[in-house]
Design a protein around this ligand. Structure first.
Ligand SMILES: Cc1cc2nc3c(=O)[nH]c(=O)nc-3n(C[C@H](O)[C@H](O)[C@H](O)COP(=O)(O)OP(=O)(O)OC[C@H]3O[C@@H](n4cnc5c(N)ncnc54)[C@H](O)[C@@H]3O)c2cc1C
Length: 580
């Protein structure tokens, strides 16, 4: 087996991973840095982000406004120290992106333009038309490439964290081209592996968002925090799940039911006029809008499509010129994937799984409880987003906390120069043996990857959808445990070494099953309703018992769920009020 050695290894080449790589290249040029990514970095999910990235920039705005919107958006579950650090560092990060060449959309006088976004009191979402993620990832990648000492492992798949004496000291990874397993040793590892949308059947998330980093750290003993909080975005295309950005509503789009009625006014989101009003109607937070859809559907006021029911997102009143200038991608997606030109017809949309608020438990420097292991981006739970993320906070989170995690990892790597090389090599060889025995050489397995994955998707959708209750969560617990058990009997058709995508799908499914189990147990035990976690059997928020983060710990049996206090600095818990 080949052994590689670095000071800091970043797993993930999306927004968070690349921001971390730039920080290490700029501030710690003496460190030997590596970026490992299962896809070429520009194919990371960050590229698909559309609407934009939030940071205070206009004179009518303030850090306190941004912080309060995030706190109330999180239904008070976000840690306020993390939120305060976030809003403070956000503008500097966004200006840095500008200097690195990110083509932000501008006002006619040259100032950066901002658009309104759901749940925000003031317009503060910077954007590059409706291809913000593409331009941000491009900017980060071209900047990261300047640091010639950084070693890139493109299309390498991390399978395990190497942990000795309680300290993370590297990873094992499959080089996809050859199928070889390698050991990549490092004094610090930063996980930037993105989200877990693929646990569900219907999601905006790319096929690579399979919870890998969450599972890797969970296996290494780190708790998964707040896993029951899964965001449904209110406007995905029926069938494909392709996202129609919140920017479409930020720029004036409205949601109507089958009678052309703006139904959100019936769900505590305010009167429709005067329009547009921030934190009201279509600019309410995502959890509330997705929940309103479920009620509207139950009343039979949605439209039928070949892929289930939907409501209409109407942009026609914006006119062709504005749609072409600010929402060209929305027009392209609607035309290509729904056969609708939004200049002339409303777009059918419905809620779709979009984002994981929960993830790897870290502090505000991205450090986990395993020394040497750090995490940032969507895979991490810092916790900025609490029970519901506000749109456009995530892209900024990648920058702020990607940089912070890199700084902390650099410090750790410098202070801990020694690696237990022989022991780590042995662990890596064991992992190579496990993969061969469990997947490549295995005889007589009967279970198919696609069947197990479909069943897992259905269990997740039934038990942890927009609304949950004990009656569906309780039976889901043995169902997910049974799927894990059946996975042991999985069989592969492809036993060859180069580019064995079937092998990768199998390992991804194994990761997802672990994380699914943590999510279902966390949801079952949280007997209250908060943000995106709505229990019909416990419809009220219960701060007395549950103003706490859920912490799922891995055991040999079912996960153990513990709780950790939420950090409250300046905003004591209050009611979430929108539409006023
Ligand atoms: C369609 C869409 C639109 C969005 N729009 C917005 C928006 O407008 N504003 C906003 O704030 N947020 C938006 N979001 C959310 C936001 O884009 C994501 O949360 C964010 O981009 C995640 O970035 P990341 O760096 O954490 O991970 P990703 O960009 O998902 O990157 C993950 C990286 O990890 C690597 N990786 C994963 N597993 C392994 C493994 N086992 N081995 C090696 N490498 C691995 C992958 O190769 C990849 O490089 C959107 C999300 C979607 C899906």
């Amino acid at each position: 087996m080949e052994i590689h050695e670095h000071d800091v290894v970043i797993v993930g080449g999306g927004g968070a991973g690349l921001r971390a790589a730039i920080e290490l290249g700029e501030a710690h040029p003496h460190l030997r840095v590596a970026v490992v990514s299962k896809v070429y970095p520009m194919r990371s999910h960050t590229v698909a982000a559309e609407g934009g990235s939030a940071a205070v920039i206009k004179p009518n705005d303030s850090l306190d406004h941004h912080a309060y919107d995030t706190v109330s958006g999180s239904d008070w579950l976000g840690d306020q120290d993390a939120i305060e650090a976030f809003v403070k560092e956000a503008p500097g990060e966004m200006i840095r992106m500008d200097h690195w060449g990110c083509p932000w959309s501008r006002e006619p006088d040259g100032h950066v333009a901002v658009r309104p976004f759901g749940g925000m009191t003031i317009e503060r979402t910077w954007y590059a038309a409706d291809k913000s993620g593409f331009h941000m990832l491009h900017t980060l990648f071209q900047t990261a490439l300047k640091f010639q000492a950084t070693k890139w492992y493109h299309e390498w798949f991390a399978t395990k964290l190497l942990v000795d004496e309680g300290r993370c000291q590297g990873i094992t990874a499959i080089e996809l081209l050859t199928g070889q397993v390698h050991a990549i040793l490092a004094k610090a590892v930063i996980l930037c592996t993105g989200g877990m949308g693929r646990l569900y059947p219907y999601t905006t998330n790319g096929a690579i968002k399979t919870a890998d980093g969450m599972a890797l750290s969970y296996r290494a003993g780190v708790a998964l925090k707040d896993m029951e909080f899964v965001q449904y975005h209110p406007t995905g295309l029926p069938g494909s799940g392709i996202l129609i950005t919140e920017g479409a509503r930020g720029d004036g789009g409205i949601l109507v039911n089958k009678d052309g009625y703006r139904y959100l006014q019936d769900y505590g989101l305010g009167p429709p006029d005067p329009w547009p009003r921030l934190r009201a109607m279509e600019l309410g937070p995502r959890d509330r809008l997705s929940q309103a859809f479920v009620h509207e559907d139950a009343k039979g006021r949605t439209i039928q499509t070949p892929f289930g029911t939907a409501v209409h997102l109407d942009l026609r009143h914006l006119g062709e010129a504005k749609i072409n200038k600010k929402l060209p991608f929305v027009r392209e997606l609607a035309k290509n994937y729904a056969g609708i030109d939004p200049v002339h017809d409303p777009i059918p949309v419905r809620p779709v799984v979009h984002y994981a608020m929960g993830g790897i438990d870290t502090d505000i420097h991205g450090a986990t409880t395993v020394p040497g292991l750090f995490a940032a981006g969507e895979c991490a739970c810092i916790s900025l987003n609490g029970a519901n993320r506000l749109g456009s906070n995530s892209l900024t989170e990648l920058l702020v906390f990607g940089r912070r995690a890199a700084a902390a990892a650099a410090r750790f790597a410098t202070e801990h120069p020694k690696l237990a090389k022989e022991l780590l090599k042995k662990q890596a060889a064991d992992e190579e043996g496990r993969i061969a025995a469990q997947f490549i050489r295995k005889q007589g397995g009967k279970e198919r990857i696609a069947t197990l994955r479909r069943e897992m998707n259905l269990v997740m959708e039934e038990s942890t959808g927009i609304y949950r209750d004990g009656k569906t969560l309780e039976p889901a617990l043995p169902k997910i445990a049974a799927l894990k058990e059946r996975f042991r009997n999985v069989t592969l058709d492809d036993r060859t070494a180069p580019f064995n995508t079937e092998l990768i799908s199998a390992i991804e499914l194994e990761f997802m099953l672990e994380v699914a189990e943590a999510a279902i147990h966390s949801a079952f035990q949280r007997k209250e309703s908060r943000g995106s976690h709505q229990r019909t059997d416990f419809p009220k928020r219960d701060d007395q018992t549950f103003l706490k983060h859920s912490m799922a710990y891995r055991t040999d049996g079912a996960p153990r769920i513990g709780y950790k206090d939420v950090v409250i600095t300046r905003w004591p818990p209050a009611e979430r009020v929108y539409g006023k």
